[in-house]
Write a new protein. Structure first.
Ligand code: NAD
Length: 242
């Protein structure tokens, strides 16, 4: 396939590529995305998922929030898949400068990636809203109902960016710097529907914008290369097993 050949060449030539990804990167690890046919948004809950993952829902219906969050957002046994492994290898080999991810599952780091900008935070980090004490994922999972701080009794909030909350400035700045400097931008496994995150790809200035996604995205029309396929398979075909 000609597109794969081009991607293979571009990766081999790159020294500071950036990967920008979303939930589709982790579906091959068994974590459902939001907007595919098998995604979370197609399932029925008492309120739309976007509502249940909003800041106001967290504040006003905290118990329901944690019930939903623990049921649909936490996959403690998920393991990195081929996409995560290939990206980690690309970084080790000096081709990839950073992964910018909308995912909150920590799988890029688990696969060995070192420079990862987590635009929407991570389920692995949790902080007491009152005293700032830090907790891991296990603590939140084991807590019955709303997790409470064992030091002060405050609510332990996941370090995850909810709808209506703003992104962390340092994380965004780091991602923008990496994307601006990129000699290749591979965008994969994202519907590019969630803003402001999706808008960050507009900072790319080069002529090698690659889109790898199962479904079409709004950015397909101005990409230099579009591959509709599974991200793990495509990256493996373009770079080899990792
Ligand atoms: P999305 O659900 O809106 O879109 C996922 C896209 O990935 C879809 O277009 C789908 O066609 C594509 N896709 C699914 N599996 C794929 C595969 N194997 N290979 C290639 N493409 C594949 O996801 P989004 O754009 O990331 O936005 C959803 C928001 O929800 C993000 O903020 C994200 O943080 C969050 N989320 C995160 C996780 C996670 O951490 N794993 C899971 C679900 C949702």
């Amino acid at each position: 396939m000609e597109a794969l050949e081009t991607l293979r060449t571009w990766i081999a030539q790159s020294r500071r590529a950036v990967f920008f990804g979303g939930a589709g990167v982790s579906t091959e690890s068994g974590i459902p995305d939001f907007r595919s046919d098998s995604g979370i948004y197609k399932k029925k809950y008492p309120y739309p998922a976007e509502t249940m993952l909003s800041h106001s829902f967290y504040v006003h219906r905290t118990a329901e929030f944690f019930d939903f969050y623990k049921t649909v957002m936490l996959y403690p046994d998920a393991q990195p898949n081929a996409a995560h492994r290939v990206l980690a290898k690309m970084e080790r080999d000096g081709h990839l400068a950073a992964c910018v991810t909308q995912n909150i599952d920590g799988l890029h780091q688990k696969a060995g990636s070192r420079t990862v900008y987590e635009l929407h935070g991570s389920v692995l980090r949790n902080t007491c809203e009152r005293c700032g004490e830090r907790y891991g994922l296990e603590y939140v999972m084991r807590a019955p109902g709303v997790p409470k701080c064992e030091k002060c009794g405050g609510t332990v909030k996941p370090d995850v960016v909810l709808y209506e909350e703003s992104l962390d400035t340092d994380t965004v700045n780091g991602a923008v710097r990496a994307i601006r400097a990129a000699d290749l931008l591979i965008v994969g496994g994202t519907s590019l529907a969630v803003y402001p995150a999706a808008g960050l790809i507009d900072y790319y200035r080069g002529g090698r914008l690659v889109l790898v996604n199962l479904q079409p995205t709004p950015a397909d029309s101005h990409a230099d290369l579009v591959i509709h396929g599974k991200i793990g398979e495509v990256l493996t075909a373009a770079y080899g097993e990792a």
